[in-house]
Design a protein around this ligand. Sequence first.
Ligand code: GSY
Length: 182
Amino acid sequence: MVKHGKAIATTAYLGLGSNEGAREQALVKAIGRLKIHPEITVSAVSPVYETDPVGMVSSPFLNAIAAVTTTLTAQQLLRVLNDIEKSMGRLRFQGRNTPRVIDLDLLLFGETVSTSRRLTLPHPRMKERRFVLIPLTDLAPELRIPGEDSSVAFMAGKLAEKYPEQGVRLVGTLDQKLMEPL
Ligand code: GSY
């Protein structure tokens, strides 16, 4: 975003998920594509978790969260995420609840709160998803989602009681894989 000639960098949190094909490779590839974007800096990547599917019947997902800083607007960042999904073979017309090689969700964009037809921020379902709040807690335990009184660490703890069926198992980190050439 440019205001009065100065580029303003915003911290955003992105959810990454894959439940089809070479899941870990897909996460690594998507992060690689974010990294090469001239207006995106990937500042941290959470550990990876294998998670039971929520809201769909499918095989388990691999999920992680990336923290990025960007001079893009939220809409522009969303477009980049959709383009990466498409370039990796994600077909949106296949439907919301079908297996996907990669799913990139814009969860938080600074303190932005918005409800437009194409983009709701914070992501409308993130508060109810252990596969989001657990890796987000790894990256930023004290973070507060705009509109919430508690930290994400506290909210993640509450979800464990509320949704014990949302299984979340630590797999490991992508650190080594992210250093290899794309
Ligand atoms: O919005 C992300 C796609 N998705 C997921 C996911 O990434 N992980 C799990 N465990 N369940 C999910 N349900 C949907 S939809």
